[in-house]
Design a protein. Structure first.
Length: 633
């Protein structure tokens, strides 16, 4: 349950609650009717209805790629997931509790009271305890990860003690730690372990329960499967239609809400598995739910990709410049004070990194700080430490020579630290760095996925932007720069500004490229053009950037094909969770693009939850804001 953004949910909580009630109640009633039609008692029928009530945000990566996550209809649907999943699992707990013993009004009341107390303890108690633990543990990611696992296991044990299913406890544990872990490395490790370990084990367990010959024979009773399919899809559509009419959304927004709330995967399969194990659901129902999962998990994202392509954000993200953001001490540097930290640890890439840093520093009358971090030892007189220090001094001496050769102001720095990534981040903070320039390293290995690569850990802890570079030619020979803009919103401004500074320093051309959905309507294309025009104007480049908008299904292949005509591609390294088991540190399309590019590439990683390089565009943004105010006055 860590995938739901609680801050986003709070912004539309009332409408989310309204749609959550509709998309829970309508399918619940429909599923109950289906169960009664096929001869099930009331308790199993209500359980079948609860299977209809929940949904999985399977198409979230699609709407994120299209840049319409902040459309109100989409946000409402995402928030409604909390209500539907909680409601469905509570219904499951009650149904299983009734099935286990002698049912009475007193036993039902006791179960509901126990559930209420248990839920409050998990949601509020563990949330408070987690905040205290994370505050006291500092940067100990291993201990924080173990704490989250402990919360899950204790919650599951508590659920077992009060007589409800362990899945209810695990779900509530996810809600409790949601706001604690945030979008940090601990969350990524939880998702990684869950994706590669717990989820496969769960599916293997389900697979062992399915008798394939019986599954084939049950297809003869196709009536139940078709009724469940039609009932689920129809009830979700009716709920979305009612919400569309109540909130006065467009038809396209209503279809998007329907398609987002259609897929039945995680909670549905888990609840079905529990009901089957308890003897409440038959094998025909289990097989029908598997078919339901296959159909809805395919149909839902397909419809979302078509419908959401024509949506525009409810409030355009580039129009929030009037909102003053808090200054960050030591980060708000003017361009003439530009300080670039270059960690030196690989002699093969040192020259190109320092040349690019020197270009940027000279353009802004700044300085470069070659940094060598030597791992600490328990004893400062250890011979191994002496050898490591000698190597670091040799690297710094070479870096100083190269920096002076390129005409830059060089201030080498040697640091001893027990963690290399933390050493880079701490030294950068102490030097009031505006930018960290690093070479591209290995990020796809198992060790990197479990414990994070050096780049990964630096991206998470750095206070300033981190430019991860793979330069195949000297920076001075670069003549054309391509900047793919995945989502033409304000968050892309940082990458565009960085590219414009590099283009100015090298006196080269720059192109902004956006690959749009081929089914995007004319108004969507017009909106995209206006967003890119805004970004181009904010670039403040010597030569106005060229704008390209291409419509294609395969974003990665299109960008790679266009990159053949350029010397350098600059990508935004977004800190998002990938839906798969790889690419834990970069965006969903960044790593595939980098792997296929044959030219130089820079990925600009942004500091977490902080404005990026604001002073580089602050004055211009302020003038835009002021002119907008004066024009409306």
């Amino acid at each position: 349950m860590t995938e739901i953004d609680l801050a986003q949910f709070r912004a539309t909580k009332y409408r989310s609650a309204g749609f959550g009630f509709l998309t829970f109640a309508v399918p619940l009633i429909t599923g109950t009717i289906v169960g009664r039609l096929f001869g099930f008692d009331w308790n199993p029928s209500i359980l079948i209805g609860s299977l209809f009530a929940s949904h999985t945000l399977l198409a979230y990566p699609i709407i994120s790629r299209l840049g319409v996550v902040n459309n109100e209809a989409v946000t409402v649907t995402i928030g409604a997931t909390i209500f539907t999943d909680v409601g469905a699992l509570l219904v499951l707990a009650v149904c299983v509790g009734i099935n286990k013993g002698n049912f009475s009004a007193l036993s039902l009341g006791s179960l509901l009271l126990a559930l209420l107390i248990y839920s409050a303890v998990i949601l509020f108690g563990f949330s408070w305890l987690g905040k205290e633990f994370f505050r006291r543990s500092g940067d100990e990611e291993g201990n924080q990860f173990l704490f989250v696992l402990l919360v899950v296991f204790v919650s599951a044990l508590g659920a077992e003690l009060i007589g409800v299913e362990k899945i209810v406890g695990a779900f509530l544990a996810g809600l409790a730690v949601n706001s604690i872990v945030g979008d940090g490395p601990v969350k990524e490790k939880i998702l990684f372990v869950g994706t590669v370990l717990f989820v496969p084990i769960f599916f293997v367990d389900v697979g062992l329960l399915i008798d394939l010959p019986a599954f084939v024979r049950s297809m003869g009773a196709i009536g139940l499967t078709l009724t469940i399919l039609v009932g689920l899809i129809g009830s979700k559509f009716l709920a979305a239609l009612l919400a569309q009419l109540a909130y006065r959304y467009s038809w396209r927004e209503g279809i998007t809400m329907w398609s987002l709330s259609m897929p039945q995967v995680a909670a549905t399969l888990a609840a079905t598995f529990v009901g089957y194990r308890e003897g409440m659901l038959t094998e025909d129902v289990l097989n029908s739910v598997i078919v339901l999962m296959l159909v809805t998990s395919t149909l839902g994202p397909l419809i979302t990709a078509r419908a959401a392509a024509g949506l525009t954000p409810t409030s355009e993200p580039l129009l929030d410049l009037e909102i003053e953001q808090p200054e960050i001490p030591s980060v708000a540097l003017e361009p003439e004070q530009l300080t670039i930290v270059v960690p030196v640890y690989n002699p093969n890439t040192e020259r190109n990194l320092l040349e690019m840093a020197a270009l940027l520093a000279q353009h802004a009358a700044g300085r470069i700080v070659p940094l060598a971090v030597t791992p600490a030892h328990a004893h400062m007189d250890a011979p191994e430490l002496d050898q490591a220090l000698q190597r670091s001094r040799a690297l710094l001496a070479r870096a100083t020579e190269l920096g002076q050769e390129f005409g830059a102001v060089v201030e080498p720095l040697l640091r001893i630290d027990d963690n290399v990534a933390q050493g880079i981040s701490r030294a950068s903070r102490e030097q009031e760095a505006s930018l960290i320039v690093m070479g591209w390293g290995q990020t796809a290995g198992l060790r990197a996925r479990l414990f994070g690569s050096l780049i990964d850990r630096t991206l998470w802890s750095a206070h300033c932007p981190v430019a991860v570079t793979r330069l195949l030619q000297p920076a001075a020979t670069i003549r054309r720069i391509l900047v793919p803009v995945e989502t033409p919103a304000r968050k892309a401004l940082q990458t565009v500004r960085f590219a414009s500074i590099l283009a100015k320093a090298n006196h080269v051309e720059m192109t902004l490229l956006h690959v749009a959905d081929p089914h995007s309507p004319a108004d969507r294309m017009t909106w995209l053009k206006s967003q890119l025009d805004w970004l181009s104007a904010q670039a403040n480049a010597a030569v106005k950037p060229e704008i390209q908008i291409l419509q294609a299904e395969d974003v990665v292949s299109t960008i790679v094909q266009q990159a053949h005509a350029y010397d350098l591609v600059i990508l935004r390294a977004s800190r998002r969770r990938s839906s798969g088991i790889g690419e834990l540190t970069l965006g969903s399309i960044t790593v595939p693009i980098v792997k296929q590019l044959n030219c130089s590439v820079i990925t600009l990683g942004e500091p977490q939850r902080k404005p990026l390089m604001r002073p580089l565009y602050r004055s211009h943004a302020s003038s835009v804001s002021n002119s907008a105010k004066s024009s409306t006055a």
